[in-house]
Design a protein around this ligand. Structure first.
Ligand code: BGC
Length: 772
């Protein structure tokens, strides 16, 4: 745990230079706009510890798999969103000496990520080894208005000398992923052009042949007036630059504006890429930094208007939740159904920018409640488009007849993961993808999604589950053998309760969904039956048989569901008895010891209870929570939020708050000692869920919103915005009451503390706290 960042409600601030935490800061201060993103690297040279990172959404490379022992069915490669051209680079020489903070004395230093307006600023004074002092202020952002553009305002002022500055703004596409499996570079050069104050590099990914054109245009001012610079273009392999000298006076400010763009062949024809990049860069330069910044601030204000959470009385919690919402909005904007949400977003290479079940299980609820419904819909369509690949994936493993197994990790629908116990066995992801369809329809009411796309995915997944179970003559029931549940600290288990539960839930939901489509869109239903070659009676009959005869491990005496067969055979020690020195277990214990232990990495049975809570009475939920929570080490960032929501449901407000804090400031305080790899973007949505579903007790049932809020002891109030079926609601919870403001022109009926309530258009309802 590190606490070197200043607490501020709207900004992340680092006061003073902390070189040993530089890579953590590079992750935390990251910028993104859904289309591209980058770590907070410095513009000028830096020879200290750094992880360079620039990413263009959807531009990936299949890096050949590296495993010790090959297993049939392993994917050939791991797709990674590539580390792409560095477009921020500006080499600075002061009287011929390179400005490099690692070699300078840094006299003051401040960086700020302004979340309200969406920009990053860094100011410092550096004393060079040669004695000159300069003051630098750089401000930059990736535009959410012009999402192919990034701009930098780089200002430099000599403090104790007059002389010559040499500036070299550049674009470097000669980049290698730090995690390249065979130490290879993944980019080839296609074309480059270097003019006096602008330049372009078109690079191509090997194997996938994406083209990305990165361009820059430079404008320089002194004392606020544009100056003509005599720039000399330079070209090297995959690199262009413009170099120029400037005579500078002591205390005179020189500002270099760098207008940059990244255009990819995903969105432009390859032959137009260069010309289009020139146009985009020219238009940005024409608009100018100040106007772009103003538009950026306005666009962010609009995003906050719909997705902010305001906490009064706890600035650290406020900063934490805003940071989470900010990073989610920087990562995924939802206009492009080919894109998804990597667990680290654009903040690092880990997890390769690929898609995990995190998207459906954790991120979807955030986008459902805070964005236009088209945005979460695009997340579903992403999986719909991968259905054929999921069927092929299942075929590779021996399944037939249109059974679909979605990959554990994917970029384009193909499986990328290569640990057999996860790739082949952590199949609960299939359930999360089916459940997301239900979640989307429950929230938006858009049941037409079923006939358009949803049914096909549900049938594919149901066919998989029906083949993945087998009849046990000994038990006279269906069993599901050789699986890994969400708790990855147990592999290859039989009858994981969560996986079996979500499997039969999928079968039930698919049967209902088919009936719904048949009743409402009979022609489309016939079309789908033909397209899917569905033998309705036979297949749904078989699914029903599985539903009716599935085996779920449980312990009747303890009154709990068992994570899997034999769970109680384990030595029943508790997390509280683990010495701090032995944690995290995944760094301190052998894998063998972890697997045999009772310790649970992340919510597993509790994940199922969270998803299907309406099936269980409070006593059942409490017994399971009381049993599993003391055995859970939460070594996945996805875990505490689920425990927080269940604790809130059980009325354990203190623990609900404790778990919330663990996720809200996970990266700001580097809680898990791994923020340098990138931020935990997908679990940030879990933090949001802890507030809205946990403290706010928000649920959707029978087409209505339900709230059952409490307020954490240390807060004076909190409020959150929710979109729901065309309404925008602001829910504010104070110590005294709950206020729900309907910012829409139609009345809404919802449910507060178990009572139906109607709130008129543009009106506010106030409700006294109640224990329900
Ligand atoms: C978790 C998985 C998760 C993955 C990516 C792992 O540590 O156990 O549930 O999908 O991280 O976030």
């Amino acid at each position: 745990m590190k606490q070197y960042l200043t607490v501020d409600e709207w900004s992340i601030i680092e006061e003073g230079f902390h070189p040993k935490y530089n890579q953590i800061s590079e992750s935390v201060f990251s910028l993104g706009n859904g289309r591209m993103g980058q770590r907070a690297n410095f513009e000028e040279a830096f020879s200290g510890e750094t992880l360079q990172g620039n990413y263009v959404a959807g531009v990936y490379y299949p890096d050949k798999t590296r495993v010790g022992w090959w297993k049939n069915g392993y994917p050939e490669y791991f797709a990674k969103v590539l580390n792409a051209a560095n477009w921020i680079g500006i080499d600075v020489k002061v009287e011929g000496e390179t400005l490099d903070l690692h070699k300078c004395q840094v006299l003051d230093f401040r960086r700020e990520l302004n979340m309200r307006e969406g920009w990053l600023e860094r100011t410092y004074t550096a004393l060079l080894p040669t004695g000159q002092q300069v003051r630098v202020k750089s401000k930059r952002f990736t535009s959410i208005v012009d999402d192919e553009v990034g701009v930098i305002q780089y200002s430099i002022t000599p403090i104790n000398f007059s002389g010559t500055l040499t500036l070299t703004p550049y674009i470097d596409a000669d980049i290698k992923n730090a995690d390249s499996n065979y130490n290879e570079k993944f980019w080839n050069e296609v074309h480059q052009e270097a003019l006096a104050t602008e330049g372009y590099v078109v690079a191509e990914t090997k194997k996938t042949f994406f083209h990305v054109c990165t361009g820059q245009k430079i404008v320089v001012t002194q004392n606020g007036q544009p100056v003509e610079v005599k720039a000399k273009p330079t070209q090297k392999a995959k690199y262009i630059a413009s170099t120029f000298d400037l005579a500078v006076e002591q205390d005179q400010e020189t500002v270099l504006y760098k207008y940059a763009a990244n255009l990819s062949s995903q969105n432009h024809a390859k032959e137009d890429l260069l010309a289009n990049t020139k146009k985009v860069v020219a238009a940005a330069a024409q608009k100018g930094f100040e106007q772009m910044l103003q538009q950026q601030a306005q666009a962010w204000a609009a995003k906050w208007e719909e997705s902010d959470i305001v906490i009064e009385g706890d600035a650290a919690a406020q900063q934490g939740i805003r940071f989470n919402i900010f990073q989610l909005n920087q990562t995924y904007t939802g206009e492009d159904e080919r894109l998804n949400i990597g667990p680290k977003g654009f903040t690092g290479e880990k997890y390769g920018g690929t898609t995990y079940w995190d998207t459906e299980a954790y991120c979807l609820p955030f986008y459902l409640a805070t964005a236009d419904p088209q945005i979460p819909r695009n997340l579903l369509i992403y999986r719909y488009k991968h259905l054929q690949k999921a069927i092929e994936n299942a075929e590779k493993l021996g399944f037939t007849g249109g059974a679909a197994l979605y990959p554990m990790v994917t970029m384009n629908g193909e499986e990328c993961h290569n640990e057999w116990e996860i790739t082949f066995e952590e199949i609960h992801r299939n359930g999360a993808i089916a459940h997301a369809i239900h979640d989307y329809i429950r929230y938006t009411g858009d049941d037409s999604y079923l006939q358009e796309y949803g049914i096909e995915v549900l049938v594919g997944i149901s066919r998989f589950w029906a083949q993945r179970v087998n009849w046990s003559a000994a038990k006279n029931q269906y069993v599901m053998l050789g699986v890994t549940g969400p708790n990855e600290y147990e592999n290859n288990v039989n009858n994981n309760w969560y996986t079996s539960t979500i499997a039969t839930w999928t079968l039930e939901y698919t049967i209902k969904a088919l009936q719904h489509v048949q009743a409402n869109w009979p022609e489309r239903y016939q079309e789908l039956v033909q397209k899917l070659n569905l033998q309705v009676e036979k297949e749904t009959g078989q699914w029903q048989h599985v539903i009716d005869h599935m085996y779920y491990p449980e312990d009747k005496e303890l009154g709990i569901f068992l994570q899997q067969d034999g769970f109680l055979d384990k030595e029943q020690t508790l997390v509280k008895d683990l010495p701090e020195s032995e944690r995290p277990l995944n760094q301190k214990w052998s894998w063998d010891r972890i697997l045999r232990s009772v310790f649970i990495k992340q919510a597993d049975v509790l994940q199922g209870i969270y998803l299907f809570e309406d099936r269980y009475d409070l006593d059942t939920i409490r017994r399971n929570y009381d049993f599993y929570e003391p055995r859970t080490v939460h070594e996945s960032s996805l875990s505490p939020c689920v425990h927080s929501i269940l604790a809130a449901k059980l009325g354990d407000e203190e623990r609900a708050y404790e778990f919330y804090l663990r996720t809200a400031r996970l990266d700001l305080d580097d809680y898990n000692n791994d923020t340098e790899d990138g931020c935990h973007i997908t679990s940030m949505a879990g933090t949001w869920m802890s507030v809205v579903q946990g403290f706010g007790g928000m649920r959707v049932r029978d087409n209505q919103l339900h709230f059952n809020p409490f307020i954490p002891a240390g807060w004076s109030s909190y409020s959150f915005k929710i979109r729901f079926r065309g309404h925008l609601l602001n829910i504010k919870v104070t110590k005294e009451n709950v206020q729900i403001e309907n910012q829409h022109t139609n009345a809404i009926t919802l449910n507060v503390f178990g009572q139906p309530q109607t709130i008129e258009a543009n009106a506010k309802g106030e409700f006294a706290h109640q224990l329900v």
